[in-house]
Design a protein. Structure first.
Length: 134
């Protein structure tokens, strides 16, 4: 059974808000990190927390039976979040960002923004919602 538009919008807004806050914290700490530079422990920790959240968010989105008309955007969102999660996991494992990780994170972030924007245009989210920013 599909969840209501209202419940769907609330779940999306919650995920978007928490994801945006976690992304902001990481972006603040990691803004000076250069490709191939070793990651500081605090940056790695924030990355791990973001990865855990993104994995959980993607799983939650995958379990939802979204309202009619939102399926395609939800699939795009799940794929983009998982893609970005993989890039962060690779960077954590390597102990540094490569140019490829950075590009993958940026590209995935753009697709996440695009999916949220489309959901907003279709009325599943209100205009003022915070969402993940690059």
């Amino acid at each position: 059974e599909r969840i209501s538009r209202e419940e769907f919008g609330q779940r999306l807004q919650s995920i978007a808000q928490e994801g945006g806050e976690r992304w902001e914290r990481l972006a603040q700490r990691a803004k000076d990190v250069k490709p191939d530079q070793p990651l500081a422990a605090d940056v790695k920790q924030l990355m791990k927390e973001l990865v855990d959240f993104q994995r959980q968010a993607a799983d939650e989105l995958a379990e939802l039976n979204p309202p009619e008309g939102a399926e395609e955007e939800v699939e795009m969102l799940i794929e983009a979040v998982r893609h970005r999660t993989e890039a962060f996991e690779q960077a954590i494992e390597a102990g540094r960002f490569t140019r490829g990780n950075s590009d993958q994170i940026t590209e995935s972030g753009d697709r996440i923004d695009e999916a949220f924007e489309q959901l907003r245009k279709e009325g599943f989210l209100t205009e003022a919602d915070e969402h993940e920013e690059e």
